[in-house]
Write a protein that binds this ligand. Structure first.
Ligand code: ADP
Length: 426
């Protein structure tokens, strides 16, 4: 994936994370509010019933307005407008809470208008904890003369308890998000590390280029020197120097080409290329080059002239790579067919061989960078796993299409489709 792709993935990931967090926050707040609303409603019902009970036993009437006032999130004032029996009050509250099914500790206090303070404070624990008389500290309320106050100290905890499933799900989500963040961090770190590594390889390869070219030039000069040509032993050594420095140079070029492709530095110098002639030249070179194996390339072309818009250098490299592979991955004698054909709106070039073939499960991987099909020790061919990667990248850059068909032990066919709208015909 290129930098742009990674940036998009991270951006989309972050947007998704922020979206999920916002949704989660909204969900939790709504959930909390509705749970709080329900419990507060229950408390109001309880307090109303308690007030009714006291009024009934006092044979008085309840005030029509401001009977119950909520002073804070967990503190209520009930204006009875008549004297209050503390023992009766506690019993009524406990009774009503039991009836509604609300299990909450509470503390209450009664306002003494003569002393102008809260008295008879009591803390009632549902879990039968030792009761401590703490309620005298409940705030007074100056607007009424006969009232009592009730506080539910564990109200927030009770609401949170009601939301246990929501909290567990939120915890799981948080763990997922932390995992996602760690994964993104690791990807970015690994990417930076591999970028540094490939920078180092590219710089080093680049540094090798100049001395290698000098060795090649010196080797060629030796090779063509009359004195060296007269000495069979020296000539052989000069030939080795020239050949091997040429090979090393090719490897260096290949690595640099890949590095350029990765950084989007390859700019195609497209021009009109006569494909029939270009392939002809390539076949000629192979048929005349000495090779350890017997190589026979059969070239078929449906048309005698076919111009396409392409970069001739990279185009030639594509076919060199495909034919090199066809030779490399065959047994003693390579029979290769290079075929150029036409459909209504495209030119098709295929390279078929009678080689080892490729198992179908490997077909999807052979265009990956550095991928080589594991062969054990059966077939000892050298390579970097870069040839087909290069081919694929160049085909993609031209907006063409490549596909491969293969049967193990029978051979493989690589087919490149060049649509007419991506090239032009003569
Ligand atoms: P390299 O040849 O350097 O290993 P390539 O990218 O050119 O790398 O090829 C990747 C792999 O695909 C090779 O290791 C080889 O196993 C397989 N392969 C490529 N071309 C052929 C072919 N014509 N026949 C059989 N196998 C092939």
């Amino acid at each position: 994936m290129n930098n742009q792709g990674i940036r998009w993935v991270i951006l989309l990931g972050l947007t998704a994370v922020i979206g999920i967090l916002c949704f989660q926050g909204y969900w939790m707040t709504t959930n909390y509010n509705s749970k709080r609303e329900i419990i507060q409603q229950q408390i109001r019902i309880i307090l109303y019933k308690v007030a009714e009970g006291i009024a009934e036993s006092n044979q008085s009437t309840l005030p029509l307005h401001n009977l119950i006032t909520q002073r804070s999130s967990n503190y209520y004032i009930v204006n009875i407008n008549d004297h209050i029996d503390a023992f009766q009050l506690e019993n009524l509250i406990l009774e009503e809470m039991k009836r509604v099914g609300l299990e909450l500790d509470f503390e209450y206090a009664i306002y003494d208008c003569e002393r102008d303070e809260m008295v008879y404070g009591q803390y009632c624990s549902i879990a039968d904890l030792p009761q401590n008389s703490a309620s005298a500290s409940l705030q007074k309320y100056d607007h009424f003369d006969y009232y009592f106050g009730v506080r539910f100290p564990q109200l927030a905890l009770a609401i949170a308890g009601e939301m246990s499933l929501t909290l567990v799900l939120s915890g799981l989500l948080l763990i997922t998000l932390i995992f996602f963040g760690t994964a993104i961090y690791t990807i970015l770190y690994q990417r930076k590390y591999s970028e540094r590594q490939s920078d180092f390889i590219n710089n080093m390869t680049h540094e090798l280029k100049t001395p290698l070219s000098s060795i090649k030039i010196a080797g060629d000069t030796f090779l063509n020197d009359a004195l060296i040509q007269g000495d069979a032993r020296l000539h052989k050594y000069a030939q080795i120097v020239s050949e091997q420095s040429g090979r090393l140079n090719d490897h260096v070029e290949k690595i640099l080409d890949i590095a350029r492709l990765e950084r989007d530095l390859v700019k195609l110098n497209n021009e009109s290329v006569n494909l029939v002639k270009l392939l002809d030249r390539i076949v000629l070179q192979y048929n005349h080059a000495p090779n350890e194996k017997t190589v026979r390339i059969h070239y078929e072309h449906e048309v005698d002239e076919q111009n396409i818009l392409a970069d001739p250098l990279h185009l030639s490299n594509v076919f060199y790579n495909l034919i090199d592979n066809a030779i490399k991955y065959c047994r003693e004698s390579a029979r290769i067919t290079l075929k150029l054909s036409r459909t209504a709106n495209s030119t098709i070039v295929s390279v078929s061989d009678n080689g080892l073939g490729i198992a179908s499960k490997e077909l999807v991987k052979i265009f990956d960078k550095f991928y080589r099909i594991p062969t054990g020790n059966v077939h000892d061919t050298k390579g970097f796993g870069l040839g087909l990667y290069y081919v694929h990248q160049i085909v993609k850059l031209h907006s063409w299409h490549i596909q491969v068909e293969s049967i193990v032990d029978k051979g493989s066919t690589f087919t490149i489709t060049i649509p007419d709208n991506k090239s032009f015909q003569k």
